[in-house]
Write a protein of this length. Structure first.
Length: 131
């Protein structure tokens, strides 16, 4: 969860994220509002997400400020210990204000999912010394 909460580092490991600026923090010190600037293939935009944290087990987000293209977004990371490792479940809903042809939409969805899971895993392994 430490990697997920480190928004300043997202441009280093999350492909497509060009910037992540924390706008506010909750009582636990974790970000509760973050402005993202993205360039994910056909989707280039800036928007604000609002976050709700459940300790190190779960984080959920909702779109707080629309972008030019991103009209809705919600999702979560769920973390659970499993056999000495951490199981990560990722959920995401995105709605765009402009229609995209099916092929471009699937490519954007794949980029987002790959970033969320592969990039996260690679970042965690790198910080753990390659284990």
């Amino acid at each position: 969860m430490g990697v997920i909460a480190d928004f300043a580092a997202y441009p280093r490991w999350a492909s497509g994220v060009r910037g992540a600026l924390v706008l506010g923090a909750g009582p636990d010190g974790r970000a509760d509002r973050v402005r993202f600037t993205i360039d994910a293939g056909p989707v280039r935009d800036s928007y604000v997400l609002a976050y709700a944290w459940d300790d190190d087990a779960e984080v959920r987000w909702e779109l707080a400020e629309r972008g030019a293209m991103v009209a809705e977004m919600s999702g979560c990371y769920l973390l659970a210990e499993e056999d000495g490792a951490t199981r990560v479940t990722y959920e995401l809903r995105v709605g765009l204000s402009v229609p995209l042809p099916g092929m471009l939409k699937r490519r954007a969805e794949k980029t987002i999912t790959d970033t969320a899971l592969r990039g996260l895993g690679a970042r965690v392994r790198a910080l753990a010394g390659g284990r």
